[in-house]
Design a protein around this ligand. Structure first.
Ligand SMILES: Cc1cc2nc3c(=O)[nH]c(=O)nc-3n(C[C@H](O)[C@H](O)[C@H](O)COP(=O)(O)O)c2cc1C
Length: 185
């Protein structure tokens, strides 16, 4: 199963990098699949560690995919890494192997630590819609503009029906990013 996570790694200057990543989830092993150009891949290659965070904060996903977010974190306990202060749960992972031959690497990791934060209450339909919208936005320059606009208009209806303030802020972040990338049309 692919679980959508916010994966943190440590940059060369010691700061925390946050990226939305859909990972192949397992109890003992997790496969992270960063594209070649990502900071996440470079950090994994250098440091050999990450923290895979499960969060119910959809705004954090959007920011982790489209911006350079600096949410509050605290040090992980086993690896040199960062746990999101607001995580529902997390896995600290150590890299076992990296296959970077394709456009998207496969980073096989071993779970070496774990923890739980606050309860995962559940996702609204708006959360699911914002998640899809964020993925579209992160590919905005690679997909046809008409396709992105049509899909975003459909997702915006779902967001309008069920969103709270965080989901609305996340959708605004998506729309701003898309406008910058492909214009208003
Ligand atoms: C829900 C969701 C899942 C994503 N999954 C991945 C993924 O598995 N691999 C990847 O490279 N990018 C994925 N992305 C896009 C990255 O989050 C985005 O490209 C990010 O800028 C990479 O950040 P980095 O360069 O700091 O590592 C995903 C985006 C979203 C919204």
């Amino acid at each position: 199963m692919i679980v959508e996570t916010v994966t943190t790694t440590i940059n060369p200057d010691g700061t925390v990098n946050c990226a939305a990543m859909g990972v192949e989830w397992g109890d003992e092993a997790i496969v992270i699949k960063p594209y070649r150009a990502t900071r996440t891949l470079r950090n994994l290659q250098r440091s050999g560690a990450a923290v895979v965070n499960v969060t119910d904060d959809i705004l954090l996903f959007t920011q982790a995919a489209l911006e350079d977010p600096h949410p509050p974190t605290r040090p992980a306990t086993v690896v040199d890494g960062a746990v999101l202060a607001d995580a529902c749960s997390w896995r600290e992972v150590a890299v076992d192997a990296i296959d970077a031959t394709g456009p998207r690497a496969r980073v096989t990791t071993r779970v070496v630590g774990r923890g739980t934060g606050h309860e995962f209450v559940g996702f609204s339909r708006a959360c699911g819609a914002v998640l899809e919208a964020s993925i579209l936005a992160s590919r905005a320059r690679r997909l046809p503009a008409y396709e992105i606009r049509a899909e975003l208009a459909r997702l915006a209806v779902v967001v309008d029906k069920t969103a709270g303030p965080r989901e609305r802020a996340a959708m605004d972040c998506v729309l701003t990013h898309v406008r910058t990338a492909i214009g208003d049309g």
